[in-house]
Design a protein around this ligand. Structure first.
Ligand code: COA
Length: 260
């Protein structure tokens, strides 16, 4: 599959998806969002891929937001469609059914921060800067930012970031729970690859159901969430990987999971 604005590389069970518009700090225009959609659907279907890394090309930016050239000329109906399209693609990432690691190598602003939040885990270079600066453009986040930020860091901190539009450091992002880990910039990709490889070696069906239970569970009551958890727990008990994982423990060896 060919992409104009993405690089897609496979390294064993790990795929690396790089947003590739470094001349505009990897800003997401409509063709790029569409490339991401096609790549995510391809990776979701590819059984050989068990974990995905999302990052940005160049030294400076992960993604510096939606492309402001497009935003500047949008009309209300287009704006709504624009937001719905971006939300749909980021939902596909969140629910890809395999772990997605955002390797935040620089600015993750606006749509970039929203892209990172749609990923399963976030690892940031110590030089990264994150934020939702849309308010400074007279707009608001439209790719799920108001919803995912509040869920990740809580309402008070989310409203602070959304209303001030300020950029925060990787260290502050770690402190508020917006990212999971911070590493020196030179170690970002090795650390992201190591994390993704570690996740890729886990039982894939269990990983898929854990992600589903957390994502769906956050939207429903505790009681319904626990019902969902029990149903998925029952399903995962039907897998060869459950037998392999428990047998390997009892036989004091490393499990070899097959995703079945
Ligand atoms: N959309 C379109 N183009 C963008 C962009 C975006 N979101 N972010 C950066 N660019 C472009 C700049 O216009 C510039 O293009 P030019 O070289 O043709 O002038 C190029 O990328 C480099 O950016 P520049 O602003 O010169 O870099 P900087 O180091 O001075 O500042 C940022 C970096 C990230 C602080 C600044 O680019 C910025 O604030 N970007 C917008 C962030 C934002 O508001 N995102 C939310 C959008 S909804």
């Amino acid at each position: 599959m060919n992409f104009d604005n993405l690089l897609l590389e496979r390294d064993g069970a790990v795929a690396v998806l790089t947003i590739n518009r470094p001349q505009v700090l990897n800003a997401l225009n409509t063709p790029t969002i569409d490339d991401v959609r096609r790549a995510v659907l391809e990776l979701k279907q590819d059984g050989a891929v068990r974990a995905v890394i999302v990052t940005g090309a160049g030294e400076k930016a992960f993604v510096a937001g939606a492309d402001i050239n497009e935003l500047a000329v949008q009309r209300p109906v287009q704006g709504r469609e624009h937001a719905l399209r971006g939300q749909h693609v980021f939902d596909l990432i969140e629910n890809m059914g395999k772990p997605v690691v955002a390797a935040i190598n620089g600015y993750a602003l606006g749509g970039g921060c929203e892209l990172a939040m749609a990923c399963t885990l976030r690892i940031a270079a110590d030089t990264a800067r994150l934020g939702q600066p849309e308010i400074n453009l007279g707009i608001m986040p439209g790719y799920g930012g108001t919803q995912r930020l509040a869920r990740l860091v809580g309402k008070g901190v989310a409203l602070d970031l959304l209303l001030s539009g300020r950029h925060i450091t990787a260290a502050e992002a770690l402190q508020i729970g917006l990212v999971n880990r911070v590493v020196p910039a030179s170690e970002l990709m090795p650390a992201a690859r190591a994390l993704a490889a570690e996740l890729a070696a886990k039982a894939p069906v269990a990983a898929q159901y854990i992600i589903e239970a957390v994502n769906r569970g956050l939207e429903i009551s505790l009681d319904k969430g626990q019902r969902l958890e029990a149903a998925l727990f029952g399903l995962v008990a039907s897998t060869d990987d459950m037998r392999e994982g428990t047998a390997a423990f009892l036989e004091k060896r490393k499990p070899a999971f097959k995703g079945q």
